[in-house]
Design a protein around this ligand. Structure first.
Ligand code: AMP
Length: 563
């Protein structure tokens, strides 16, 4: 009996099967290999999945849900019609639809699957994915990490060994993973990313540029005009890598205008975004301690890596062309299918993750002065993909006159607006009455891999601290496990500025600053400023690296008797 491989994606899912050494992607009932990961109820209250549900997303948003993969492993429930569903149950509906399509295509019953998950998924999220499979009638003995699946699709597991960089840029996020393959085992060594960087940002940047050119504001366009503009720019973006010089007829408020989409314009508009993609790539390379020349392959995944500009930037960064001849939208499903084929011959590849990271951004709500009607803005405190355990503190000030209480809401998610993220809990702390902006609270989040979030709120003027524990899956941890987690987190609860090693290094830098002059003095000031910024980021791995490099430079200053 065939074992199928499934890519259960945030936006789209796909599945495939390995037969006689070849992967076949299985078309769904509409003949398409991509099935949108969207679930809804139709007018008669019947469940619909895939494209049919996606078509209803805009006009029937109350009875349609998408992007629920972001909620996997939480006990958050989503309302669909009159019923509440967990992300696991919604995923099960997508999986069941894929299973049925596979059975129709293969002409036999399918009872087993290998499903892919992001490398940064924790135990809860992995467990939830397996459970979704079981609810759909699929035995899931193995999951596969998405970057590993991409590497397998490119046949990299057939090499003897190697280091691979997998870049995955979809519609809204960018994920970077470094894999090391050795002795038949694929290890995920580093993962980094940007949760607010994907294909949609390029379209937004194009729209902003057009509106700036005509000195127009978004709200001078009707919703239909804005929607059209979005579609026109999306299409132009998809064509730009093949065709420069597209002429578009735009309807902007009361005026009509022509717009030339040239490669030069697109390059100018997308340069800031391209530069942002470099950061997580560099961070992952640093985290894995890997010089670029030790990299054996760069693999591109996700629709947005089709951009020629992105490909050439990656090419320039690494001095070689990335592997991109497979379809970036289905490469993960292909790899999962190969692993499924290997599994049915008891030859599945071992695939392990060596980094523990926080899978989603954790933050709080803050007053939105730009457009209060949209509700509060989200202030990220622990960023997604941060290596855990981690403890980060952010300061916020009172926003109203004579405020006597500060409410700290705890949210998880990636949206700029708080209301679009997942609510996890809240606490209120009393503050002394006074003019707005006078009182402040330090909000500290401490998080570890067991899914335990500790929130400490300290009123700055009184030094009083209030504390709350948030369990992502209540009951999942025993009392002893909880106590040991909390003890571990307690050790992290100081600002890295207070760390003895960091203080000593800064003091040494300051001594050198005082005793130097001119350019050297500026240089040292710049080094200390940089180090300070990294300390402010409160990311232990980055601080460690920055400390080592600052130490090395200061050693050189001291040793070479420059001063
Ligand atoms: P995914 O989440 O992987 O389905 O990625 C979808 C993203 O890929 C969307 O933002 C698309 O605009 C983008 N995309 C698809 N095809 C192209 C293309 N030819 N050039 C640039 N971006 C593309």
């Amino acid at each position: 009996m065939a074992v199928i491989g499934i890519d259960l994606g945030t936006t789209n899912s796909a599945c495939g099967v390995l037969a006689e050494g070849e992967v076949t992607l299985i078309p769904n009932r509409l003949g398409e290999v991509l099935t949108p990961s969207v679930v809804g109820l139709d007018d008669s209250g019947k469940l619909v999945v895939g494209r049919t549900a996606k078509e209803r997303l805009i006009n029937h948003s109350d009875s349609t849900v998408a992007a629920f993969k972001r909620l996997m492993g939480t006990d958050h429930k989503v309302k669909l019609g009159r019923q509440l569903f967990s992300a696991t149950e919604l995923s099960a509906l997508v999986l069941r639809s894929l299973k049925e399509d596979a059975e129709a295509y293969l002409g036999e019953e399918v009872t087993e699957a290998v499903i892919s998950v992001p490398a940064y998924f924790n135990d809860n999220q992995r467990h939830a994915t397996k459970l979704a499979g079981e609810l759909a009638g699929l035995k899931v003995e193995r999951l596969i990490n998405e970057p590993t699946a991409a590497a397998i699709a490119y046949g990299l597991h057939e090499k003897r060994e190697g280091n691979f960089l997998i870049l995955d840029m979809g519609g809204g996020t960018f994920d970077v993973s470094i894999l090391e393959f050795f002795d038949g085992v694929m290890e995920v060594h580093a993962s980094a990313g940007d949760n607010f960087l994907g294909g949609e940002d390029f379209v937004e940047a194009m729209i902003d540029s057009v509106l700036r050119e005509f000195e127009l504001d978004r709200n001078t366009l009707t919703p239909r005009q804005l929607q059209n503009l979005y579609m026109q720019m999306e299409t132009a973006k998809r064509r730009i890598s093949q065709q420069s010089g597209q002429c578009l007829e735009l309807e902007l408020g009361s005026r009509k205008a022509e717009w030339q989409v040239t490669a030069e314009w697109f390059e100018k508009v997308s340069t800031p975004l391209m530069l942002r993609t470099k950061r997580p790539i560099e961070r992952a390379m640093r985290d894995a301690d890997l010089p670029p020349q030790k990299l054996d392959e760069v693999v591109l995944v996700g629709g947005s890596t089709r951009l020629a500009l992105f490909r050439s930037m990656v090419g320039r960064m690494f001095g070689r062309l990335p592997s991109c001849h497979l379809d970036p939208d289905t490469v993960v499903a292909m790899g999962a299918a190969i692993q499924a084929g290997l599994k049915s011959r008891n030859a599945a590849l071992d695939d392990i993750v060596l980094t523990d990271v926080c899978p989603y951004t954790l933050g709080t709500g803050i007053i939105n002065q730009d457009s209060p009607e949209q509700g509060e803005y989200f202030l990220p405190i622990i960023e997604r993909n941060t290596v855990v355990p981690i403890s980060v503190v952010r300061r916020v000030w009172t926003a109203h006159e004579n405020q006597t209480e500060v409410r700290v809401d705890v949210f998880q998610g990636e949206n700029r607006l708080v209301k679009k993220n997942v609510y996890l809990g809240e606490m209120s702390v009393p503050v002394p009455k006074g003019p707005k902006g006078e009182e402040a609270v330090d909000i500290r989040y401490s998080y570890d891999m067991n899914g335990l979030l500790e929130v400490d709120v300290t009123v700055v003027s009184s030094g009083k601290t209030f504390n709350k524990l948030i369990e992502f899956t209540p009951g999942a941890l025993s009392e002893e496990e909880k106590a040991s987690s909390l003890e571990k987190l307690a050790r992290l609860k100081f600002h890295p500025r207070e760390d003895e090693q960091n203080r000593a290094l800064i003091a040494r830098g300051e001594r050198l600053y005082e005793s130097s002059l001119g350019e050297q003095r500026d240089y040292i000031a710049q080094l200390l400023g940089n180090f300070d910024r990294i300390l402010e980021g409160q990311n232990p791995a980055e601080i460690k690296k920055a400390r080592a490099s600052l130490q090395e430079i200061l050693d050189r200053f001291d040793g070479e008797d420059w001063i």
